[in-house]
Design a protein around this ligand. Structure first.
Ligand code: FMN
Length: 372
Protein backbone atom coordinates (compact mmCIF):
# COMPACT_ATOMS: atom_id res chain seq x y z
CA UNK A 1 0.00 0.00 0.00
CA UNK A 2 1.47 3.35 -0.94
CA UNK A 3 1.42 6.36 1.38
CA UNK A 4 -1.31 8.22 -0.48
CA UNK A 5 -3.62 5.18 -0.43
CA UNK A 6 -2.97 4.67 3.30
CA UNK A 7 -3.83 8.28 4.07
CA UNK A 8 -7.05 8.11 2.09
CA UNK A 9 -8.14 4.82 3.75
CA UNK A 10 -7.24 6.25 7.17
CA UNK A 11 -9.22 9.39 6.33
CA UNK A 12 -12.31 7.45 5.27
CA UNK A 13 -12.07 5.24 8.38
CA UNK A 14 -11.84 8.32 10.62
CA UNK A 15 -14.84 9.95 8.95
CA UNK A 16 -16.83 6.70 9.27
CA UNK A 17 -15.85 6.35 12.91
CA UNK A 18 -16.81 9.96 13.54
CA UNK A 19 -20.08 9.40 11.69
CA UNK A 20 -20.74 6.30 13.76
CA UNK A 21 -19.96 8.29 16.89
CA UNK A 22 -22.31 11.08 15.82
CA UNK A 23 -25.16 8.60 15.29
CA UNK A 24 -24.71 7.32 18.81
CA UNK A 25 -25.06 10.82 20.32
CA UNK A 26 -28.05 12.94 21.37
CA UNK A 27 -28.76 14.31 17.89
CA UNK A 28 -31.71 16.69 18.23
CA UNK A 29 -33.52 18.84 20.76
CA UNK A 30 -36.40 17.05 22.51
CA UNK A 31 -39.47 19.26 21.91
CA UNK A 32 -43.18 19.22 22.67
CA UNK A 33 -44.06 17.52 19.37
CA UNK A 34 -41.82 14.57 20.39
CA UNK A 35 -44.02 13.75 23.36
CA UNK A 36 -46.01 10.65 22.60
CA UNK A 37 -49.42 10.67 24.17
CA UNK A 38 -49.00 7.26 25.70
CA UNK A 39 -49.11 8.25 29.34
CA UNK A 40 -50.67 5.42 31.32
CA UNK A 41 -53.88 6.61 32.95
CA UNK A 42 -53.24 6.20 36.66
CA UNK A 43 -56.19 8.38 37.44
CA UNK A 44 -59.72 7.95 36.18
CA UNK A 45 -60.87 11.42 35.17
CA UNK A 46 -64.42 12.34 34.33
CA UNK A 47 -65.16 13.42 30.78
CA UNK A 48 -63.18 16.54 29.71
CA UNK A 49 -61.28 16.93 33.01
CA UNK A 50 -57.97 15.69 31.70
CA UNK A 51 -58.18 17.86 28.57
CA UNK A 52 -59.04 20.98 30.60
CA UNK A 53 -56.15 20.43 33.02
CA UNK A 54 -53.70 19.73 30.20
CA UNK A 55 -54.66 22.96 28.45
CA UNK A 56 -54.34 24.86 31.75
CA UNK A 57 -50.81 23.49 32.15
CA UNK A 58 -49.73 25.05 28.85
CA UNK A 59 -49.45 28.34 30.77
CA UNK A 60 -46.05 30.04 30.99
CA UNK A 61 -44.05 29.97 34.24
CA UNK A 62 -40.66 31.30 35.37
CA UNK A 63 -37.94 28.73 34.38
CA UNK A 64 -40.92 26.57 33.27
CA UNK A 65 -41.17 25.13 36.79
CA UNK A 66 -44.98 24.69 36.44
CA UNK A 67 -45.54 25.56 40.14
CA UNK A 68 -49.15 24.33 40.34
CA UNK A 69 -50.84 21.19 41.50
CA UNK A 70 -54.45 20.04 41.71
CA UNK A 71 -56.13 18.59 44.78
CA UNK A 72 -58.95 16.53 43.35
CA UNK A 73 -61.86 17.10 45.73
CA UNK A 74 -64.57 15.51 43.59
CA UNK A 75 -65.47 15.48 39.89
CA UNK A 76 -65.25 19.02 38.45
CA UNK A 77 -64.29 20.43 41.86
CA UNK A 78 -60.60 21.06 42.46
CA UNK A 79 -58.29 23.02 44.71
CA UNK A 80 -55.51 24.73 42.78
CA UNK A 81 -52.36 24.34 44.82
CA UNK A 82 -49.02 26.12 45.07
CA UNK A 83 -46.23 23.52 44.78
CA UNK A 84 -43.45 24.62 47.13
CA UNK A 85 -40.98 22.20 45.57
CA UNK A 86 -41.18 24.28 42.37
CA UNK A 87 -40.41 27.66 43.91
CA UNK A 88 -37.42 29.71 42.78
CA UNK A 89 -36.02 31.29 45.98
CA UNK A 90 -32.91 32.50 44.12
CA UNK A 91 -34.80 34.82 41.77
CA UNK A 92 -38.29 34.93 43.27
CA UNK A 93 -37.86 34.89 47.06
CA UNK A 94 -41.37 36.25 47.74
CA UNK A 95 -43.12 33.87 45.27
CA UNK A 96 -44.43 36.86 43.30
CA UNK A 97 -43.70 35.13 39.99
CA UNK A 98 -45.16 31.85 41.29
CA UNK A 99 -48.49 33.62 41.87
CA UNK A 100 -48.36 35.28 38.43
CA UNK A 101 -47.71 31.88 36.81
CA UNK A 102 -50.59 30.25 38.69
CA UNK A 103 -52.78 33.15 37.52
CA UNK A 104 -51.87 32.34 33.90
CA UNK A 105 -52.73 28.68 34.62
CA UNK A 106 -56.16 29.71 35.94
CA UNK A 107 -56.87 31.80 32.84
CA UNK A 108 -56.10 28.85 30.56
CA UNK A 109 -58.28 26.66 32.76
CA UNK A 110 -61.20 29.08 32.47
CA UNK A 111 -60.91 29.31 28.66
CA UNK A 112 -60.44 25.55 28.25
CA UNK A 113 -63.51 24.87 30.39
CA UNK A 114 -65.58 27.38 28.44
CA UNK A 115 -64.53 25.72 25.18
CA UNK A 116 -66.02 22.45 26.41
CA UNK A 117 -69.20 24.10 27.71
CA UNK A 118 -68.53 24.54 31.43
CA UNK A 119 -69.04 27.60 33.56
CA UNK A 120 -66.01 28.42 35.68
CA UNK A 121 -66.49 29.32 39.33
CA UNK A 122 -63.29 30.31 41.06
CA UNK A 123 -62.78 31.46 44.62
CA UNK A 124 -59.35 32.79 45.49
CA UNK A 125 -58.38 31.41 48.91
CA UNK A 126 -54.71 32.41 49.23
CA UNK A 127 -53.97 35.04 51.85
CA UNK A 128 -50.23 35.00 51.22
CA UNK A 129 -48.01 34.02 48.29
CA UNK A 130 -46.80 31.07 50.36
CA UNK A 131 -50.22 29.52 51.05
CA UNK A 132 -50.50 26.04 49.62
CA UNK A 133 -54.18 26.49 48.80
CA UNK A 134 -54.59 29.09 46.07
CA UNK A 135 -58.12 28.72 44.73
CA UNK A 136 -61.18 26.50 44.68
CA UNK A 137 -62.52 25.81 41.19
CA UNK A 138 -65.88 24.31 40.24
CA UNK A 139 -67.04 23.59 36.72
CA UNK A 140 -70.70 23.21 35.80
CA UNK A 141 -71.99 22.06 32.43
CA UNK A 142 -73.94 24.77 30.60
CA UNK A 143 -76.81 24.21 28.19
CA UNK A 144 -75.54 26.93 25.81
CA UNK A 145 -72.11 28.50 25.60
CA UNK A 146 -69.63 30.41 23.46
CA UNK A 147 -66.67 28.25 22.47
CA UNK A 148 -63.16 29.56 23.09
CA UNK A 149 -60.66 28.54 20.40
CA UNK A 150 -58.19 26.36 22.32
CA UNK A 151 -55.76 26.34 19.36
CA UNK A 152 -54.71 29.73 20.76
CA UNK A 153 -53.69 28.04 24.03
CA UNK A 154 -51.88 25.22 22.22
CA UNK A 155 -49.93 27.57 19.95
CA UNK A 156 -48.91 30.25 22.46
CA UNK A 157 -45.23 30.36 23.23
CA UNK A 158 -42.40 32.58 24.42
CA UNK A 159 -40.33 33.72 21.44
CA UNK A 160 -36.76 34.85 22.03
CA UNK A 161 -35.17 35.48 18.61
CA UNK A 162 -35.52 37.08 15.18
CA UNK A 163 -37.49 40.11 16.37
CA UNK A 164 -37.99 42.90 13.83
CA UNK A 165 -37.46 46.47 14.98
CA UNK A 166 -40.68 47.91 13.43
CA UNK A 167 -42.63 49.70 16.16
CA UNK A 168 -45.93 47.98 17.06
CA UNK A 169 -48.97 49.42 15.29
CA UNK A 170 -51.39 51.18 17.69
CA UNK A 171 -54.26 49.02 16.34
CA UNK A 172 -52.36 45.84 17.23
CA UNK A 173 -51.53 47.11 20.72
CA UNK A 174 -55.17 48.06 21.23
CA UNK A 175 -56.27 44.60 20.06
CA UNK A 176 -53.96 42.60 22.33
CA UNK A 177 -54.47 44.72 25.44
CA UNK A 178 -58.24 45.05 24.89
CA UNK A 179 -60.27 46.62 27.66
CA UNK A 180 -57.35 46.34 30.06
CA UNK A 181 -55.09 48.84 28.33
CA UNK A 182 -54.77 50.93 31.53
CA UNK A 183 -52.52 48.19 32.96
CA UNK A 184 -50.21 48.11 29.91
CA UNK A 185 -47.44 50.56 29.05
CA UNK A 186 -45.69 50.34 25.70
CA UNK A 187 -42.19 51.79 25.61
CA UNK A 188 -41.27 51.91 21.91
CA UNK A 189 -37.67 51.62 20.77
CA UNK A 190 -37.70 55.34 19.99
CA UNK A 191 -38.31 56.37 23.65
CA UNK A 192 -35.53 57.35 26.06
CA UNK A 193 -36.86 54.90 28.67
CA UNK A 194 -36.26 52.11 26.13
CA UNK A 195 -32.51 52.68 26.37
CA UNK A 196 -32.64 52.58 30.18
CA UNK A 197 -34.56 49.28 30.14
CA UNK A 198 -32.12 47.75 27.64
CA UNK A 199 -29.03 48.77 29.60
CA UNK A 200 -30.46 47.80 32.97
CA UNK A 201 -31.72 44.45 31.66
CA UNK A 202 -28.16 43.64 30.64
CA UNK A 203 -26.82 44.86 33.98
CA UNK A 204 -29.43 42.92 35.99
CA UNK A 205 -28.59 39.78 34.01
CA UNK A 206 -24.91 40.31 34.76
CA UNK A 207 -25.61 40.67 38.50
CA UNK A 208 -27.80 37.57 38.45
CA UNK A 209 -25.36 35.48 36.42
CA UNK A 210 -22.69 36.09 39.07
CA UNK A 211 -25.02 35.54 42.02
CA UNK A 212 -24.18 31.92 42.74
CA UNK A 213 -27.45 31.10 44.50
CA UNK A 214 -29.46 32.25 41.45
CA UNK A 215 -27.07 30.62 38.98
CA UNK A 216 -27.15 27.29 40.81
CA UNK A 217 -30.93 27.41 40.79
CA UNK A 218 -30.88 28.06 37.05
CA UNK A 219 -28.50 25.10 36.61
CA UNK A 220 -31.05 22.86 38.34
CA UNK A 221 -33.74 23.87 35.85
CA UNK A 222 -31.74 23.60 32.61
CA UNK A 223 -32.37 20.33 30.77
CA UNK A 224 -29.29 19.87 28.59
CA UNK A 225 -29.84 16.32 27.35
CA UNK A 226 -32.95 14.99 25.65
CA UNK A 227 -32.99 12.21 28.23
CA UNK A 228 -33.17 14.73 31.06
CA UNK A 229 -35.84 16.76 29.24
CA UNK A 230 -37.95 13.66 28.65
CA UNK A 231 -37.54 12.51 32.24
CA UNK A 232 -38.60 15.80 33.87
CA UNK A 233 -40.85 17.36 31.20
CA UNK A 234 -40.26 20.83 32.68
CA UNK A 235 -37.50 23.42 32.97
CA UNK A 236 -35.55 25.20 30.27
CA UNK A 237 -34.72 22.92 27.39
CA UNK A 238 -32.31 23.92 24.64
CA UNK A 239 -35.25 24.06 22.23
CA UNK A 240 -37.10 26.51 24.47
CA UNK A 241 -33.95 28.64 24.78
CA UNK A 242 -33.80 28.57 20.96
CA UNK A 243 -30.36 27.00 20.83
CA UNK A 244 -30.07 24.92 17.67
CA UNK A 245 -27.48 23.31 15.35
CA UNK A 246 -23.90 22.59 16.38
CA UNK A 247 -23.99 24.68 19.61
CA UNK A 248 -27.06 22.71 20.75
CA UNK A 249 -25.39 19.39 19.85
CA UNK A 250 -22.34 20.32 21.95
CA UNK A 251 -24.50 21.39 24.90
CA UNK A 252 -26.73 18.29 24.71
CA UNK A 253 -23.83 15.89 24.65
CA UNK A 254 -21.09 17.50 26.71
CA UNK A 255 -22.63 19.96 29.16
CA UNK A 256 -23.64 19.22 32.72
CA UNK A 257 -25.15 21.29 35.52
CA UNK A 258 -21.68 22.14 36.87
CA UNK A 259 -20.79 23.90 33.60
CA UNK A 260 -23.49 26.53 34.27
CA UNK A 261 -21.30 27.79 37.13
CA UNK A 262 -18.25 28.33 34.89
CA UNK A 263 -17.43 31.87 33.85
CA UNK A 264 -17.61 31.17 30.10
CA UNK A 265 -21.23 29.96 30.49
CA UNK A 266 -22.13 33.04 32.56
CA UNK A 267 -20.50 35.36 30.00
CA UNK A 268 -22.19 33.63 27.06
CA UNK A 269 -25.60 34.03 28.65
CA UNK A 270 -24.95 37.76 29.22
CA UNK A 271 -23.88 38.04 25.55
CA UNK A 272 -27.13 36.33 24.50
CA UNK A 273 -29.12 38.92 26.48
CA UNK A 274 -27.12 41.77 24.87
CA UNK A 275 -28.05 40.39 21.46
CA UNK A 276 -31.69 39.94 22.43
CA UNK A 277 -32.22 43.50 23.65
CA UNK A 278 -30.82 44.95 20.42
CA UNK A 279 -33.68 43.17 18.64
CA UNK A 280 -37.04 44.62 19.59
CA UNK A 281 -39.87 46.97 18.82
CA UNK A 282 -39.90 48.01 22.45
CA UNK A 283 -40.93 46.95 25.92
CA UNK A 284 -44.42 46.22 27.16
CA UNK A 285 -44.90 46.63 30.91
CA UNK A 286 -47.81 45.28 32.92
CA UNK A 287 -48.76 47.03 36.15
CA UNK A 288 -51.18 46.16 38.93
CA UNK A 289 -53.05 48.17 41.54
CA UNK A 290 -51.14 46.48 44.40
CA UNK A 291 -49.13 43.33 45.04
CA UNK A 292 -51.58 41.30 47.13
CA UNK A 293 -51.89 37.56 46.31
CA UNK A 294 -55.30 38.04 44.66
CA UNK A 295 -54.03 40.92 42.55
CA UNK A 296 -50.98 38.91 41.45
CA UNK A 297 -53.26 36.05 40.37
CA UNK A 298 -55.42 38.53 38.44
CA UNK A 299 -52.30 40.03 36.83
CA UNK A 300 -51.12 36.57 35.74
CA UNK A 301 -54.55 36.04 34.17
CA UNK A 302 -54.25 39.42 32.46
CA UNK A 303 -50.83 38.51 31.09
CA UNK A 304 -52.25 35.28 29.70
CA UNK A 305 -55.29 36.97 28.10
CA UNK A 306 -52.87 39.22 26.23
CA UNK A 307 -50.40 36.42 25.35
CA UNK A 308 -53.19 34.36 23.81
CA UNK A 309 -53.88 37.15 21.32
CA UNK A 310 -50.40 38.09 20.14
CA UNK A 311 -49.73 35.24 17.73
CA UNK A 312 -52.58 36.26 15.40
CA UNK A 313 -50.81 39.61 14.96
CA UNK A 314 -47.32 38.05 14.56
CA UNK A 315 -46.21 39.72 17.79
CA UNK A 316 -43.56 37.94 19.84
CA UNK A 317 -43.28 38.38 23.60
CA UNK A 318 -40.31 37.61 25.82
CA UNK A 319 -40.59 38.18 29.59
CA UNK A 320 -37.27 39.51 30.90
CA UNK A 321 -37.81 39.84 34.62
CA UNK A 322 -34.26 40.35 35.92
CA UNK A 323 -34.66 44.10 36.62
CA UNK A 324 -37.54 43.28 39.00
CA UNK A 325 -35.62 40.33 40.50
CA UNK A 326 -32.41 42.26 41.21
CA UNK A 327 -33.34 44.81 43.89
CA UNK A 328 -30.22 46.96 43.35
CA UNK A 329 -31.69 47.87 39.95
CA UNK A 330 -35.37 47.17 40.59
CA UNK A 331 -35.58 49.89 43.26
CA UNK A 332 -35.16 52.61 40.61
CA UNK A 333 -37.45 51.00 38.01
CA UNK A 334 -40.62 53.02 38.71
CA UNK A 335 -38.89 56.39 38.95
CA UNK A 336 -36.79 55.77 35.83
CA UNK A 337 -39.85 54.89 33.76
CA UNK A 338 -42.19 57.39 35.40
CA UNK A 339 -44.83 54.88 36.53
CA UNK A 340 -46.15 54.82 40.10
CA UNK A 341 -48.09 51.51 40.14
CA UNK A 342 -46.20 48.27 40.85
CA UNK A 343 -44.67 46.85 37.66
CA UNK A 344 -45.21 43.08 37.51
CA UNK A 345 -43.93 42.24 34.03
CA UNK A 346 -41.22 43.58 31.74
CA UNK A 347 -41.80 42.07 28.32
CA UNK A 348 -39.61 42.49 25.26
CA UNK A 349 -41.80 42.66 22.20
CA UNK A 350 -41.64 42.87 18.42
CA UNK A 351 -43.04 41.47 15.22
CA UNK A 352 -41.58 38.27 13.81
CA UNK A 353 -41.84 37.07 10.22
CA UNK A 354 -42.28 33.40 11.02
CA UNK A 355 -43.91 32.37 14.26
CA UNK A 356 -42.28 29.15 15.52
CA UNK A 357 -44.26 26.24 16.96
CA UNK A 358 -44.25 25.82 20.76
CA UNK A 359 -41.45 23.58 22.00
CA UNK A 360 -41.37 23.91 25.81
CA UNK A 361 -42.36 20.77 27.72
CA UNK A 362 -45.12 20.08 30.22
CA UNK A 363 -45.56 17.38 32.82
CA UNK A 364 -48.39 14.95 32.14
CA UNK A 365 -51.58 15.85 34.01
CA UNK A 366 -51.27 12.73 36.18
CA UNK A 367 -48.02 14.09 37.62
CA UNK A 368 -49.64 17.19 39.08
CA UNK A 369 -52.99 15.83 40.27
CA UNK A 370 -53.21 14.67 43.90
CA UNK A 371 -56.14 12.91 45.51
CA UNK A 372 -57.14 14.40 48.86
C1 FMN B 1 -43.54 35.03 35.82
C2 FMN B 1 -42.70 34.66 34.62
C3 FMN B 1 -41.39 35.10 34.54
C4 FMN B 1 -40.60 34.78 33.43
N1 FMN B 1 -39.32 35.27 33.34
C5 FMN B 1 -38.56 34.99 32.24
C6 FMN B 1 -37.25 35.55 32.10
O1 FMN B 1 -36.79 36.34 32.93
N2 FMN B 1 -36.54 35.21 31.01
C7 FMN B 1 -37.03 34.37 30.05
O2 FMN B 1 -36.33 34.09 29.08
N3 FMN B 1 -38.28 33.85 30.14
C8 FMN B 1 -39.05 34.13 31.21
N4 FMN B 1 -40.32 33.63 31.32
C9 FMN B 1 -40.83 32.73 30.26
C10 FMN B 1 -40.69 31.26 30.68
O3 FMN B 1 -39.34 30.86 30.66
C11 FMN B 1 -41.53 30.39 29.74
O4 FMN B 1 -42.88 30.73 29.92
C12 FMN B 1 -41.37 28.90 30.02
O5 FMN B 1 -40.06 28.49 29.72
C13 FMN B 1 -42.33 28.06 29.19
O6 FMN B 1 -42.18 28.32 27.83
P1 FMN B 1 -43.38 28.82 26.92
O7 FMN B 1 -43.78 30.18 27.41
O8 FMN B 1 -42.82 28.88 25.52
O9 FMN B 1 -44.49 27.82 27.07
C14 FMN B 1 -41.13 33.96 32.40
C15 FMN B 1 -42.46 33.53 32.49
C16 FMN B 1 -43.26 33.88 33.58
C17 FMN B 1 -44.69 33.42 33.65
Amino acid sequence: MNRRKFISIAGVTTVMAAGGYYWSTDKSNFVRDDILLNTKEKFSFQKDEREILYLASLAPSGHNTQPWFIKYVEPYHWIIGNDKSKWLPGVDPTQRETMLSIGAFLQNLEYAASNLGYSFQCEILAKTNQDETIAAVKLTKLPAFIKYDTALIKLRRTVRSNYLSDVLKPADVAYVTGKESRFFYLIPNTAKEFKWLNEQTIEANRIQAYRNFAQKELANWIRFSSQDAQKHRDGLTLGSMEIEGVPAWVLRNFYKKEDVMKSNFREQSIDAVKKQVTQSAGWLLITSKDSSPGTLIETGKRLQRMLLKVRERNIAIHPMTQIIEESAIGKSLNSSIGISDPIQFILRTGYVKNYPRPVSLRRPVEWFVRTV
